[in-house]
Design a protein around this ligand. Structure first.
Ligand SMILES: *Cc1c(COP(=O)(O)O)cnc(C)c1O
Length: 385
């Protein structure tokens, strides 16, 4: 991933920083574009994965839309060139102000997660003389077989509208004159690597769409969300996820009506592999049982390990010594501020550079200033000579 001259450049930069391989990002976007275009599918980029303006502008240049989960993400998407008619907006807790922002912009679609939300959007649309296009986000009760913190499509989750509420939703829509139902939306979770799960989703979506059709309700589009996983174990072997298979599954198993559009919302699989968090070793400390490699980056730069025991490959990119075992930790005053236990690394010393791989998604966007830490810089491969 990093050649010698790149590592030399890294040595002169203040750490920690996020590094983005823009060539890999372009290759990934090229493949997504080619494979989704084959079937005329519409791809929205899930902004919460990485909201860096430079990255968003590049994604936007491929003609993709944006998938937002806050009013500020809608604003950022507009600022980075996404056209309003390609913006979708989900989230269980949209505030009045956020809804007004999106109404004002004239976004493509609100993905609505509850009856009270539909009622509020209708009320605000009426006040501003607008008609809001909505999709109902349905909880299809499909288990994504992923970490429970990133599972969103089973009944115990807070997301989406459950099946037993469909009749009440239809009654609410009947009364909501400033709302137009245009789609059915689903998003069952993240980091899904088992493609059988998407096949299961297709079958469930077909059944649910039939339920609506039986009641003479037909929608212009289906939106099957995102959630396609990446290879955290071997980022250099599989730098780009298998989008050929991914889009092919929907083509094979999902029943689209004539002229019905299919939309996707991909986040992690677009940006995760192009990013690494580059950090310096501050100290090697002998613990009671283990040696700690203490980095200058921690959970404030990459929260996923502390938040949901996520694995990121850890590489010492400046040492070629024989391997030893370390607990690799950050400097933050929390015991969960750890990137990996019993990690084999080439013998590591103060000032070595450590790369935490596959950090392009849910890295920078989850950064915090806890402990009053500085926010890390972003460095792009195409800006290093
Ligand atoms: C987070 C999110 C996505 C993107 O998920 P990835 O796993 O990053 O692809 C898509 N849709 C919605 C509604 C989301 O909340």
């Amino acid at each position: 991933m990093f050649n010698k001259s790149r590592i030399e450049q890294f040595k002169h930069l203040p750490t920690p920083f996020y590094y983005y391989d823009m060539e890999l990002l372009k290759e990934t976007l090229d493949l997504i574009h080619t494979e989704s275009s084959k079937y005329g599918y519409h791809v929205h980029y899930a902004v919460k994965a990485n909201a860096n303006p430079k990255i968003m502008k590049l994604v936007q240049s491929y003609g993709f839309g944006a998938d937002c989960v806050s009013g500020n993400e809608v604003t950022r998407s507009l600022e980075t060139g996404f056209s309003a008619d390609k913006i979708v907006y989900a989230g269980v807790g949209k505030s009045d102000r956020e809804i007004l922002t999106a109404l004002e912009a004239g976004i493509f679609c609100f993905n609505c997660e509850s009856i009270p939300e539909i009622e509020l959007i209708n009320e605000l649309a009426e006040q501003t003389n607008k008609t809001a296009r909505i999709a109902i986000r349905i909880n299809p009760n499909v288990d994504a077989n992923t970490h429970h913190y990133i599972t969103t499509g089973i009944e115990e989750n807070k997301f989406g509208i459950n099946r037993w509420e469909f009749d009440s939703v239809l009654e609410t829509l009947e009364k909501s004159k400033n709302i137009k139902l245009e789609g059915l939306h689903f998003h069952i979770g993240s980091q899904i690597t088992d493609t059988e799960v998407f096949k299961g989703l297709c079958i469930r979506v077909n059944e649910i769409q039939q339920w609506f059709n039986d009641r003479q309700i037909f929608v212009d589009h289906l939106n099957v969300g995102g959630g396609f996983g990446i290879d955290y174990d071997q980022p250099d072997v599989n730098p780009i996820s298998d989008f050929v298979t991914y889009f092919g599954i929907f083509n094979q198993f999902l029943d689209l009506k004539p002229n019905q559009q299919l939309h996707f919302e991909l986040g992690r699989s677009v940006v995760a592999q192009c990013g690494s968090l580059i950090s310096k070793v501050l100290y090697i400390k002998n613990g009671a049982k283990t040696k700690f490699a203490i980095l200058d980056a921690g959970m404030t730069e990459l929260l996923r390990p502390a938040l949901y025991q996520a694995y990121h490959k850890i590489e010492n990119i400046t040492s070629v010594e024989t391997e030893e075992v370390y607990d690799v930790v950050g400097p933050i005053c929390e015991s969960s501020d750890s990137f990996g236990k019993a990690v084999s690394l080439p013998a590591t010393k103060r000032n070595d550079l450590i790369a935490l791989r596959s950090a392009g998604a849910y890295g920078e966007t989850m950064a915090s200033r806890y402990n009053l830490r500085d926010i890390a810089e972003s460095i792009f491969s195409d800006e290093l000579k």
